[in-house]
Ligand binder design. Structure first.
Ligand SMILES: Cc1cc2nc3c(=O)[nH]c(=O)nc-3n(C[C@H](O)[C@H](O)[C@H](O)COP(=O)(O)OP(=O)(O)OC[C@H]3O[C@@H](n4cnc5c(N)ncnc54)[C@H](O)[C@@H]3O)c2cc1C
Length: 353
């Protein structure tokens, strides 16, 4: 079975690898370089802390487990960083209620005293911690997406980079071939749309109207700095995690609105939380576009109107890609995964029109 996967972000790489394991011959096509889309500018926190409804929470929990399995399978892998996540800020009672609600769902969560928080994150200025303590979610992690993509694509996948998919040759309700901008034509028994923020354009090539409400977001990368930050931390004005090579990745909802002032404030807030960050400079500021289907939920699996066309598009794609990639690959090779994918079908948009 020849499958063309459109897009070499985390989704395209994960779907491609899952298809190869099922015996398919896979070509992953990307307009640019693998990992240069949203997957190259993401906070990439692997979690299910604020995911609703319940089916979406459960999908993310399964995504977390899939990452843990892959990391255990490749102990020398260099993409998965366990250590959990810490959060505080806002109304303590509301945060405690969130911890309780997640615990009731079986999600690993606990309350830490300030001293316990400092044991985990000794670089924090103790005066910045709330006396009531913080919430800790031990099962969470962060991922270096480009290393994950490199690993997944290294397994018997033909990668065509720097050549955009320009159109599909259809006969009736079946895609026969994928046409690239270069003029190259790839004969296909199935096509998977993993085009992230561009998914609507690639859906339109098959006559499918996929509503997207993508959201541009800003990330600030510091220079390498010797600060003991070991996990994902959500403090009131700043979200941060380690980034490769001793760098630190900073984000806040305010910085998404753009502007140098917001970047400067974010760095000041980060340095007041972790005083060691004062020694860092801003190495780069990148904008990533969150790929968000119209109702916020993933679009995964087969499509009723085009028999051999499949979707793997969502926000939280770093968390979801490995698990969702397996489910989508099952459907591509003919297995029905309605059990898991019913809430995430493309057709829900047509029904609501
Ligand atoms: C600031 C920010 C923070 C985020 N934080 C998190 C987080 O903490 N946890 C989490 O799980 N998720 C997070 N996300 C979301 C997550 O990063 C995305 O869901 C995920 O990276 C999407 O991966 P993808 O493979 O679908 O898309 P992409 O990585 O964008 O890959 C799609 C690829 O398709 C290619 N393409 C597009 N059109 C064509 C075409 N016509 N022909 C060929 N190729 C094409 C593009 O070049 C691109 O490389 C965040 C996103 C952002 C922007």
């Amino acid at each position: 079975m020849r499958v063309v996967v459109v897009g070499a972000g985390v989704y395209g790489a994960a779907v491609g690898a899952a298809l190869v394991r099922r015996g398919a011959t896979v070509t992953v096509v990307d307009a640019g370089a693998p990992g240069a889309g949203t997957s190259g500018a993401t906070f990439s926190w692997v979690n299910s802390r604020n995911k609703q409804p319940l089916v979406y929470h459960q999908l993310n929990v399964a995504g977390m487990a899939a990452h843990q399995r892959l990391a255990a399978e490749f102990p020398l892998g260099d993409w998965y960083f366990a250590g959990g996540g810490i959060e505080w800020g806002g109304d303590e009672a509301a945060l405690r209620a969130k911890v309780d609600a997640l615990l009731a769902l079986g999600y690993d969560a606990k309350w830490l005293t300030p001293a316990e928080t400092l044991d985990l994150e000794p670089g924090i200025d103790p005066d910045r911690l709330p006396p009531g303590g913080t919430a800790y979610f031990p099962g969470e992690a962060w991922v270096e997406p480009r290393r994950l993509i490199a690993h997944l694509l290294s397994r018997s996948i033909d990668v065509v980079a720097g050549d955009a998919v320009a159109g599909l040759d259809m006969s009736g309700d079946v895609v026969r071939a994928v046409r690239l901008e270069s003029g190259r034509v790839l004969v296909a028994d199935a096509v998977v749309n993993c085009a992230g923020p561009e998914a609507a354009g690639v859906a339109a090539m098959a006559g499918l109207a996929l509503p997207m409400r993508n959201l541009p977001c800003v990330l600030v990368y510091t220079s390498p700095v010797a600060v003991p930050l070991s996990r994902v931390v959500h403090a009131p004005d700043v979200h941060l995690r380690p980034e490769g090579g001793g760098r630190i990745l900073l984000h806040s909802s305010e910085v998404d609105r753009g502007g140098q002032e917001a970047v400067d404030k974010l760095v000041r807030d980060a340095a007041s939380l972790y005083p060691g960050i004062r020694a860092a400079t801003v190495e780069s500021v990148r904008t990533g576009e969150r790929p968000i289907p119209g109702d916020g939920l993933p679009v995964l699996g087969r499509v009723a109107d085009v028999r051999n066309y499949f979707f793997a598009v969502s926000h939280s794609g770093v968390t979801l890609c490995l698990h969702a990639g397996e489910l989508v690959a099952d459907e591509v090779v003919g297995e029905d995964r309605e059990d898991a994918l019913a809430p995430f079908r493309f057709e829900r948009f047509e029904e609501s029109r």
